[in-house]
Design a protein around this ligand. Structure first.
Ligand code: TPP
Ligand code: MG
Length: 587
């Protein structure tokens, strides 16, 4: 036990958990603790808007595997974080949000910046620690850090602002980290039995493989079975793209090769995925999920086993440990799939080649609306590029070891087909919360965690407007990143729904923008405008060179036609029905 103030106990517990960076905006509510951040070795990185801080903490956590930490002023500083924490929740990021609260002597009186801060995060946190007595501040702080790791998601530490003051006797708790195992023997035995009898096994490599650092173990079992490996939705970095067994991502704008192959599976091994509903929807007109197949699902969270898709075996275990345990059970055994290995290898190679060829030839969208938009662009002043060609050119120019974040939007979703990675912790998409404005702040957080890696954000012009002010953060605090903005003058993703379901009746779908490159320059970054296809790769090369060698942030604005890929809510929209006379033309 040592005598200290609660501020000191709080900061010392952060130190015990290895915290060196916190994202947020300063405020009086936690000024007493903030005052000793620097001598504790902690840097508070000030952002433009607290939503950005929460996304940065998420990006930091996703890139490093460590906690991301965010803090803000009680009331509005904290409510600004809700969207960012919701996104981190669905990205399964161990983010700790520290929420200093109104003082206990005023709470309930309707004071300045007073609000009840627990309910607004209830839905998006794995645990909420409320410091109910200043003497317990270290205990609650430590628990929030432990639970964020154990439950793989955000936790909230709520501290009444007067509880930073006083004298307490306290021992700083040491971090408690779970030693995760492979799951129960019975379920592992059952799974091994199914895999041994499988003639066409397929592996789904999910986010759990990235988080458990299990790519090598996943690869070992894939090679043992000769099984194609597909990435779960938005986890394109969960298996090396250069590997012959890699078949690309499932889900919206995913790989046809992967979809066709999994549709033939008799046994699917799902490693580290909750099989989220959006991620397994039919795509490209292919209803690929193999309903007759036996499904083995491995996840660290038992609550997601069998939740969305019926399964034959659920294994509550760590993806890495479970892959090792399954491989050990299969090695040296006679496996049914060894009988047709060559045939399957050939089939995998053929499907992949067909899909690559299709992507190469798919230079622009061909639906009637997109063809109209392409014709319109040709008649217009200026040169407008086909998004798919831009995405292919970017793909070719992305360097080894790159980290890429994407946003929510039509072009960003089409990008899923063109984003391939060799290493885990490389791809940061907005996952199931699906908020526009995710990509830039998230890549800034990732860059703070990994300054040695090139960092690139993709965003549509709509989403960019929501988030671009964080360019100021990157410039002010020397966190160089490269952003690619697809300037198509539309809230395209939603507009495509109006094309498909609302007879091209556009409501609030169009955006007339100023020059994004010019705005970037005004914020102190470099700005490059690209309207020739052969300039796309060189622009990215130049921006990355400036990022890595002179610490410069660059915004590359790519002028794109208004053509749009397949809409993303086919599953949830239907043609309008109108009964009232005044709306009869609206169907
Ligand atoms: C915060 C938030 N607001 C609204 C939406 C609904 N929404 C989804 S995609 C989209 C359009 C995105 O437009 P843009 O960023 O320009 O990309 P594009 O689709 O044109 O490629 C909108 C408004 C959302 N996902 N998130
Ligand atoms: Mg747009």
């Amino acid at each position: 036990m040592a005598r200290m103030t609660p501020s000191e106990a709080f900061v010392e517990t952060l130190v015990a958990n290895g915290v060196t960076k916190i994202f947020g905006i300063m405020g009086s509510a936690f000024m007493d603790a903030m005052d000793i951040f620097a001598p504790a070795g902690i840097e508070l990185i000030p952002v433009v808007h607290e939503q950005g801080a929460a996304h940065m903490a998420d990006g930091y956590a996703r890139a490093s595997g460590r906690h991301g930490v965010v803090i803000g002023q009680n009331g509005p500083g904290i409510s600004n974080c809700v969207t960012g924490i919701a996104a981190a929740y669905w990205a399964h990021s161990p983010v700790v949000i520290v929420t200093p609260e109104a003082g206990t002597m005023n709470m309930g009186h309707g004071g300045f910046q007073e609000c009840n801060q627990l309910p607004m995060f209830q839905e998006f946190t794995k645990y909420q620690g409320h410091v109910n007595n200043p003497r317990r501040i270290a205990e609650y702080t430590a628990r929030c850090f432990d639970r964020a790791m154990a439950d793989i998601g955000p936790t909230q530490l709520n501290i009444p602002r007067d509880y930073f003051y006083g004298d307490i006797d306290v021992e700083i708790p040491q971090p408690q980290r779970l030693d995760r195992g492979p799951g129960g023997d019975a379920s592992l035995d059952q799974a091994a039995e199914l895999l041994a009898g499988a003639r066409f096994p397929v592996i789904v490599s999910g986010g759990g493989v990235v988080m458990a650092d299990a790519v090598e173990e996943c690869r070992a079992i894939a090679e043992l079975l000769g099984a194609p490996v597909v990435n779960s939705y938005q986890h394109n970095d969960s298996f090396p793209a250069s590997h012959p067994l890699w078949c690309g991502p499932l889900g919206y704008q995913g790989s046809k090769a992967g979809m066709k192959l999994i549709s033939k599976a008799d046994v699917v091994l799902v490693l580290g995925s909750r099989l989220g509903p959006f991620g397994t929807l039919p795509q490209h007109g292919i209803d690929y999920w193999p309903k007759q197949a036996k499904i083995i699902q491995v996840d660290a969270d038992h609550k997601v086993l069998g939740l969305v898709k019926p399964i034959s075996v659920g294994i509550c275990g760590d993806a890495k440990a479970a892959a090792v345990a399954l491989a050990a059970r299969l090695r040296g055994r006679e496996l049914a799939c060894h009988g047709n290995r060559e045939q399957r290898t050939a089939e995998i190679a053929a499907e992949k080649a067909t899909w690559e060829k299709e992507l190469d030839e798919w230079t622009h969208e061909r639906d009637p609306y997109s063809l109209d938009m392409i014709a319109e662009a040709e008649a217009e002043e200026g040169n407008w590029l086909h998004p798919r060609q831009v995405l292919r050119a970017l793909e070719k120019a992305l360097p080894e070891g790159v980290m890429v974040s994407t946003d929510i939007g039509n072009i960003n979703s089409v990008a899923h087909s063109y984003l391939r990675f060799e290493k885990p912790r490389s791809f940061f998409a907005p996952m199931s919360f699906g908020n526009c404005g995710y990509a830039l702040p998230t890549i800034i957080g990732a860059k703070v965690a990994r300054p040695d890696r090139p960092a690139v954000a993709y965003a549509g012009d709509g989403a960019w407007g929501m988030s671009m002010s964080e360019i100021l953060t990157s410039v002010r605090h020397d966190i160089p990143v490269t952003a690619v903005v697809f300037h198509n003058r539309d809230w395209g993703a939603e507009k495509k729904n109006q094309v498909e379901f609302y007879n091209r009746r556009f409501v609030a779908a169009e955006l007339e923008n100023e020059s994004w490159a010019g705005i970037a320059r005004a914020m102190g970054a470099e700005g490059i405008r690209v309207d020739q296809l052969d300039e796309v790769g060189p622009a990215l090369d130049r921006a990355l060179d400036m990022q890595m060698s002179s610490g410069r942030t660059t915004v590359i604005e790519v002028m794109c036609t208004r053509e749009l890929g397949d809409p993303f809510r086919r599953d949830a929209l239907s043609k309008p029905v109108r009964y009232l006379e005044k709306y009869k033309d609206y169907q």
